[in-house]
Write a protein that binds this ligand. Structure first.
Ligand code: OOB
Length: 553
């Protein structure tokens, strides 16, 4: 399939290259360079397993060879749905070494999301665990494959662990065949910046991320080698990463925050060590901080009180931890103020989006900016506009919608031209749907959003997607999903339903949505029956009125 996604105009691309943002190196080649520079440095730690940069490079070759043996090649899209295990990173670099394109899925995704990803990406393979969190991903893949039918793009299912009764599922271990066949002609000598060892185009598609979504089904976000490497490097520079950095990956690896802000890629590009936490509990994380002398990690706001409490118990040596990033959703000021002292680390707020723009508070920002703002853009070439409902710029201090374009912000979704016309301005700014206030220092404060999305502690839920599924319940005749302020999640989701006959309860609705193949985190926290949905003057569902109804009087 040819790559026809909208991209940056030539003048902008030239500017980003001249500024040194875009370096013209693919991720497959980068790993060769990193292995040359830090051969014996530890790149990756998962439990008792450790990989040096040389090991990681060799592993990428083996996996690329195995994938090639399956007939997977340059430009092919492969959905990666793996939990926080080293295999995520190994598979990712194996795909990059081949010039193939990983599609990041979340471990919680189910039949609907994975099926959609496979279809939209035209994916030829999926890499999944056997079981995770008491869920059998092989059965999920068997369902997805059946749904795609013989004409679908999906040809292979690769399983980390036991492929079970599915004879044609490929064990991940079996991919790690003979490295020689992957190196040879394609790997080249790996010398010099710009050597395209994988033959891929550095300005071409490197990976696909999933958008939080505001429409029926999530959109795919194309990221290039040039732009995504810059995303990671710009964040890494601000966080002062170097070969002594030890990054603990606590949030899902497939999340852009964990993977590249600066996360896994930023750490590896600085020659540091990535340690993988199998779960986000403070007990698991703190044991790893002690053992591996972790210096940097990232969290979403709902984890913050748990981490603060556990750290305050005083039973852990967290002396190595220098910076803790928090982002993905609004961090209450009070929580921000307590986290740093409890961990003995600097807090950094992160306001980012899979579409591109990343804002960080700086390590030397005054305490009140760190507590009360969500940071400022990482690149001098990030262009940020704050506009009113008519699209006109508002003065600093006034709330408006954030629009942005720049060297690592997309110019269009993957294969979604109709949606692009509403998601972007004619001059290429992405309409984030976030309501922000800009301070004279350039720092942004996120005050709300105009997109029809619920942010449940960092997990994004497109209201329309859930509403469509609620309507498939036999008793539901109308439905609206809204976000309501919540102590634990920041926002919880409340479904208002109009019913014919007996109304389903919250658990029944959750079971129904699970049956429909929707990820569990999208099930409403609460279901409220109403005689009818309130409408605005123009006849749209009045979500503001519904939100007011769900707040305690
Ligand atoms: C991150 O990425 P996404 O794509 O899951 O979600 C982006 C949206 C933003 O448009 C905004 O609505 C919200 O998540 N958001 C925040 C926030 N960080 C993200 N809202 C308030 N405060 C914050 N600090 O969530 C993401 C990607 C990279 C790094 C960090 C987060």
């Amino acid at each position: 399939m040819t790559d026809t996604r909208p991209t940056w105009p030539e003048a902008a691309s030239a500017r980003y290259r001249a500024a040194g943002h875009w370096q013209g190196v693919t991720f497959g080649t980068r790993l060769c360079h990193l292995a040359a520079d830090h051969a014996e440095g530890v790149a990756l730690v998962d439990g008792d397993r450790r990989w040096t940069y040389a090991d990681l490079d060799a592993e990428a070759d083996r996996i690329a060879a195995g994938l090639r043996g399956l007939g997977i090649g340059r430009g092919d899209r492969v959905v990666v749905q793996l939990p926080n295990r080293a295999e995520f990173v190994l598979a990712w670099f194996g795909l990059q070494r081949l010039g193939a394109v990983p599609v990041h899925a979340m471990p919680g995704h189910r039949r609907r999301e994975i099926g959609h990803l496979v279809r939209v990406a035209g994916a030829v393979a999926c890499v999944v665990p056997d079981r995770h969190a008491r869920f059998d991903h092989r059965r999920l893949m068997s369902d997805v494959r059946a749904e795609q039918g013989p004409d679908g793009s999906l040809r292979h299912v690769v399983v980390v662990g036991d492929p079970g009764p599915y004879d044609d599922f490929v064990p991940f271990e079996a991919l790690r065949g003979d490295a020689a066949s992957a190196t040879g002609a394609d790997k080249g000598t790996g010398t010099g910046t710009g050597t395209r060892t994988d033959g891929a185009d550095p300005s071409g598609l490197a990976l696909l991320l999933l958008s939080g979504g505001t429409t029926g089904l999530p959109k795919l976000i194309p990221r290039t080698h040039d732009d995504y490497a810059y995303n990671a490097r710009a964040c890494a520079e601000i966080c002062a990463l170097d070969a002594r950095t030890v990054y603990l990956a606590v949030l899902p690896l497939g999340f852009n925050f964990t993977f590249a802000c600066p996360g896994v890629l930023g750490t590896l590009m600085a020659g540091g060590t990535v340690v993988i936490a199998p779960d986000p509990s403070p007990q698991t994380a703190f044991a790893l901080v002690e053992r591996e002398r972790v210096t940097l990690t990232s969290l979403t706001p709902p984890l913050v009180p748990h981490w603060t409490d556990e750290a305050s118990s005083g039973s852990w040596d967290l002396g190595s931890l220098a910076v803790v990033q928090v982002g993905g959703a609004r961090l209450p000021e009070d929580h921000a103020g307590k986290l740093g002292p409890a961990l003995g680390a600097r807090v950094q707020q992160v306001f980012g989006m899979a579409e591109g723009l990343i804002n960080l508070t700086r390590l030397d920002d005054p305490e009140d900016l760190v507590r009360t703002t969500q940071g400022r853009p990482v690149s001098p070439d990030d262009e940020v506009l704050v506009v009113d409902a008519e699209g006109g710029p508002v003065p600093d201090g006034t709330v408006g919608e954030l629009l942005t374009r720049g060297p690592y912000t997309l110019r269009g979704y993957y294969g979604a031209r109709a949606h692009d016309r509403v998601a972007f301005t004619p001059d290429g700014y992405y309409r984030s749907g976030d309501l922000v206030r800009r301070l004279p220092s350039g720092h942004l404060v996120v005050v709300g959003r105009i997109k029809d999305q619920i942010n449940r502690g960092g997990e994004k839920i497109a209201a329309v997607e859930v509403e469509e599924q609620l309507l498939t319940h036999p008793a539901v005749t109308a439905a609206a999903l809204v976000g309501v302020e919540d102590e634990r999640w920041g926002e919880r989701s409340v479904a208002f339903v109009v019913c014919d006959g007996e109304a389903p309860g919250t658990r029944e609705v959750a079971a129904h949505l699970r049956e429909r193949g929707l990820a569990g985190y999208k099930a409403p926290d609460e279901v409220v029956r109403v005689p009818g949905l309130p409408l605005t003057a123009v006849g749209k569902v009045d979500k503001a009125a519904l939100t007011r109804m769900s707040l305690p009087a």
